[in-house]
Structure formats: structure tokens, C-alpha cells
Design a protein around this ligand. Structure first.
Ligand code: KIV
Ligand code: ZN
Length: 530
């Protein structure tokens, strides 16, 4: 009997709950902060994709986080909406205030249970056990759906972990999460831990066990899947593996692993995998964290075959070197999508095929920019259109600063000069500046026109397609007084894309300055504080 024929029918396979925390743990990546509208957009794409639970944020962390979680809750269609809360009544109440609008709300409360984490609030084992009982009971009195996490569970003494998990279950938790907070565990240990809890904790069979893995040793996906094999039925993950330090388990990896190797991992999810690629691109764009080229599933090279032997094999029989089809994740063959004679209807249809449904006014704007691009560029590929739409989304109509005109002089003879006109609060302002190169000169010109103290932390350029006429996408990260803002833009002119990305980040900083009072800033209420 082959492994294939031993697989249980799909409708008999256990379901694994996909809990996406891109908007909470993912957003905790330094610099990955998203705007309110970006969070709403990502949440709605996650909901459409079939994510069971969306962890939408950490409501007490800032007014901005609260507003985003509340709005996502109001708009949720199918997904359960969850908010994070530390182990105190104030956090839990605030969390409930934000998630209560969701058709299916969840409160997620946590505390660090390992010796290192117990030492921070200076609680004895008994005091912490009482805190867990009281906070989970409080959460359960507000909401039927309560998740409790033992932060740093993988470095917690087994006896104590069993004790506190039992207390959380008795107090009413419906999901018990066992995080590998610092990405320390390995697959066999991850499985053994879940098996141990299921075997030893009274009432373990009445709750769902979740696995939440960080990728510090590059084992997050393997650890999550091993935990599922041992009986965990919820995987916590993020799009593109975004998250603190080396990130979290990547949603696309665990979902595709269970689909492609269903013969040895016979589990089902509700995820529509054809939506993966679009979500990956949107998250990369709004977070400013480009996906590495060789990233599993969603990397630019994941389906490219460079060597002659591979190309020959794939042409003769695609299965020689491909274990899944690009279409399975919503990746369509690279083709010359559109030309300068294509009309609005063709553009709408093409964008729909790529996963974008734009309102009429948005389509009109993209159409104008598409025509301009088609005039400048020989061939307009799918990737060009995706970059155009992403760029359109970052150019908020009422942005405080807008780029009106830019000319640069560069080459082997200095000085490199930029002549720039910005619209600042509706007023046109122009200046000339010099710099070490055209981008430096243009950024100096921006700084002369708009006074600010922000520091440029990251400046990255990527070519969207091949060829010297390719569009460049530029990501910029700025920091100012603990606030972080990323900006993106795309253009066939790298200097123009750079200035627009810089201005985009400055606009986000301006919004952030207005929104965040110093004592409610995310930075001052990290989930690790208590
Ligand atoms: O990594 C972690 O332990 C967390 C908890 C808050 C669940 O993100
Ligand atoms: Zn985490």
C-alpha cells in the first residue's frame, strides 16, 4: 500500500485552526508598523482567505491599536477577531471593549510562566497561579471565547506548566496556547511538550491546544507542524513569517505543507490558498519588509527554474522539479499583461485576475498612471500593475506633503543636484540641493523644504521586473522619538520612487505624531512589560 492510498478521506481529516497574528505579533517587527487603513485592508483580505482567527492587535497599547481592533471587529465577516491583553483586568477590559463588536470575539490573555519571565513581575509560583486564575475568570465573564497563553512555555518547568494550564482551563479558557517565544525548541521537543500536556493535564481534552513558534533557529514551521502531529489543533502564524526578531511561523508554509504533504500530514484548513500570493505582496508592501527572493512558497524565485537541467525537466514534465503549481497560491504565469492600447475594461479585468477589485475612482487613477507607464515602458507585466496599485494605495489623496516636480543632475562630474517642488499643506515650495548622489541630493532637498528630526534607518531598492526600463520599488524606514514609519513607492525612475517613498514615510510620521500621546505609545507598553 502506498502512503497516498493510506490517507484518510479529506472530510474525515481533523481541521487545524489557522490563527493569523500578522497584525499583532507581525506588526511588532521593528519598523513594520501599519496605518489604520492598511490594517483594515489586510484584515479583510485575511477574512476572505479563510483565516479562522485574526489577532487584530493589542488594544491597550495605543489609541491607534484600539481603534484598528474595534473597526476590524465591526467589519469582520467570517473570522473570529481576537485582541491581546496582559494578565490584568485593565488590559482585559480594554481588549473586550475593542473586540466586542465582532460577530465572533475572542480575548487572548497571557503571562510569562518560565523562571526568567516570572522574575520580572517578581511573582512566586503560587502568586502567579492566582493571577492566572483571576484574570482568565475575569476574561471569561466578559467573553465566551478566551485564549490563555503561557509565554515562554517551552522554557517553563513541566510540572509548573501542567499546573497553570489546568488552572486556566478550570477558570474557563477555551484555547490554551503554548508559545515558543524565543524560538528555542526543536521539532521533537515541540511535539513531546504538547503530548505531555494532553496526557497529564485534567480537562486537556475539553480545550484546543495552540502552537505559537518564533523562528530564531529557523525551525518555526517544523515546530508548529510537529506540535500539530502531537495533537495541537491551532497554528499561530503570520503572512511572510513577519514578526519580532527572526519572525513567526509563516502561514503560507504551514498551510501549503499540510496541503502538498497531506499524505503524511492529514489535516485540513479553511484557507483558500489561491489568495496567498496577493496577501503576501500586500503585507510586504504595507510593512516595508520585502520578501527574500528564495523564501519558501512566496519568494520571487520559488517557482523559477534557472539551470538547464531543471528547465528541460520542467518543460517535459512539470512534476520533475515542481511539487506544487504556482496557480495553487494564486501566482499566474508571467506574461505581457497589457500594452498602451489596452482600455479601462481590460485593466479592470486584469486587476481582478490579480486579486484587486478597485472602486471606480481608484481604477481611474490607476488607469491614468498605467497609461503613463505604458508610454515609458516597452512591456507592462503583472508585477508592474501590482506595483502601481500598491503605489496608489500609499498615495493618500489628502497627504500633507506631496511631490509636485523633481529634476536631478547626476553623473561622473559633481555636484549632484536636485531641483524639487513639494506641495506642503497645499502650499507650493521649491528648492535646490546638492548631495553625494542624486538620491542624497533629492532627500536633502526634501529636508530643506520640510523641517523634521526623523532619522533614515533603512533605504532599499528592488527592481520589479527585469530590464533597464523596470520599475523600482523603494522602501524607506524613518524613526523619530521612538516612532517608526515606513514608506514605499514605485516608478521607472529610481530617484522619483525614492523621493516619493521618503515623503510617504514622512506623511505617516505626521499622522503618528498627531495620534500618539507619549504615554500611550506602543513603545512604552510593550507586551513584554507588566
Ligand atoms: O511569542 C509569544 O509568546 C507571544 C505571546 C504574547 C503569545 O507572542
Ligand atoms: Zn509571539
Amino acid at each position: 500500500m502506498t502512503a497516498q492510498s493510506a490517507v484518510s478521506p479529506k472530510d474525515k481529516q481533523p481541521n487545524v485552526i489557522i490563527f493569523d497574528t500578522t497584525l499583532r505579533d507581525g506588526e511588532q517587527s521593528p519598523g513594520a508598523t501599519m496605518t489604520h487603513d492598511e490594517k483594515l485592508e489586510i484584515a479583510s483580505l485575511l477574512d476572505e482567505m479563510g483565516v479562522d482567527v485574526i489577532e487584530a492587535g493589542f488594544p491597550i497599547a495605543s489609541e491607534g491599536d484600539f481603534a484598528a481592533v474595534a473597526e476590524i471587529s465591526k467589519r469582520a465577516k467570517n473570522s473570529t477577531i481576537c485582541g491581546l491583553a496582559r494578565a490584568n483586568f485593565k488590559d482585559i477590559d480594554r481588549c473586550w471593549e475593542a473586540v466586542k463588536y465582532a460577530p465572533s470575539p475572542r480575548i487572548h490573555t497571557f503571562i510569562g510562566t518560565s523562571p526568567l519571565h516570572r522574575a520580572i513581575p517578581n511573582l512566586t509560583m503560587d502568586e502567579m497561579a492566582i493571577r492566572i486564575h483571576d484574570t482568565v475568570t475575569h476574561a471569561r465573564n466578559l467573553c465566551d471565547n478566551v485564549q490563555w497563553s503561557a509565554m515562554d512555555a517551552t522554557r517553563t518547568e513541566h510540572d509548573y506548566l501542567c499546573r497553570v494550564v489546568e488552572i486556566a482551563i478550570k477558570a474557563g479558557a477555551t484555547t490554551i496556547n503554548i508559545p515558543d517565544t524565543v524560538g528555542y525548541t526543536a521539532p521533537r521537543e515541540s511535539a513531546d511538550l504538547i503530548a505531555m500536556l494532553l496526557a497529564r493535564v485534567p480537562g486537556a481534552d475539553t480545550v484546543v491546544f495552540a502552537t505559537h513558534c518564533h523562528n530564531d533557529l529557523g525551525m518555526a514551521t517544523a515546530n508548529a507542524l510537529a506540535a500539530v502531529d502531537a495533537g495541537a489543533r491551532q497554528i499561530e502564524c503570520t503572512i511572510n513569517g513577519l514578526g519580532e526578531r527572526a519572525g513567526n511561523t509563516a502561514l503560507e508554509e504551514v498551510v501549503m505543507a499540510m496541503k502538498v504533504r497531506n499524505d503524511i500530514m492529514p489535516y485540513q484548513t479553511r484557507i483558500d490558498t489561491t489568495k496567498i500570493m496577493n496577501l503576501s505582496r500586500r503585507v510586504a508592501s504595507v510593512s516595508g519588509f520585502a520578501v527574500q527572493f528564495n523564501k519558501a512558497i512566496v519568494g520571487k524565485n520559488a517557482f523559477l527554474h534557472e539551470s538547464g537541467i531543471h528547465q528541460d525537466g520542467v518543460l517535459k514534465n512539470v512534476e520533475t522539479f515542481e511539487i506544487m503549481r504556482p496557480e495553487d497560491i494564486g501566482l499566474h504565469q508571467k506574461n505581457i499583461a497589457m500594452g498602451k492600447h489596452s482600455g479601462r475594461a481590460a485593466l479592470r479585468a486584469k486587476l481582478k485576475e490579480l486579486g484587486y477589485e478597485l472602486a471606480d475612482n481608484q481604477l481611474n487613477d490607476v488607469f491614468v498612471r498605467f497609461k503613463a507607464l505604458a508610454d515609458r515602458k516597452k512591456e507592462v507585466y503583472d508585477e508592474d500593475l501590482i506595483a502601481l496599485v500598491a503605489d496608489e494605495a500609499t498615495m493618500e489623496e489628502h497627504s500633507h506633503i506631496q511631490v509636485k516636480r523633481l529634476r536631478v543632475i547626476c553623473g561622473t562630474e559633481g555636484p549632484r543636484e536636485a531641483d524639487l517642488t513639494l506641495l506642503i499643506g497645499g502650499v507650493e515650495k521649491s528648492t535646490e540641493a546638492t548631495g553625494d548622489g542624486p538620491v542624497d541630493a533629492a532627500f536633502n532637498a526634501v529636508d530643506m523644504l520640510f523641517d523634521h528630526q526623523a532619522r533614515l534607518e533603512v533605504y532599499q531598492v528592488h527592481a520589479v521586473t527585469e530590464g533597464t526600463d523596470a520599475q523600482a520599488t523603494v522602501s524607506v524606514r524613518l524613526t523619530e522619538d521612538g516612532r517608526i514609519a515606513t514608506g514605499q513607492s514605485a516608478d521607472t525612475d529610481t530617484v522619483v520612487a525614492s523621493v516619493k517613498a521618503y515623503v510617504n514615510a514622512l506623511n505617516k510620521l505626521i499622522v503618528r505624531r498627531q495620534k500618539s500621546a507619549p504615554d500611550s505609545d506602543v513603545k512604552s507598553v510593550s507586551y513584554k512589560d507588566r
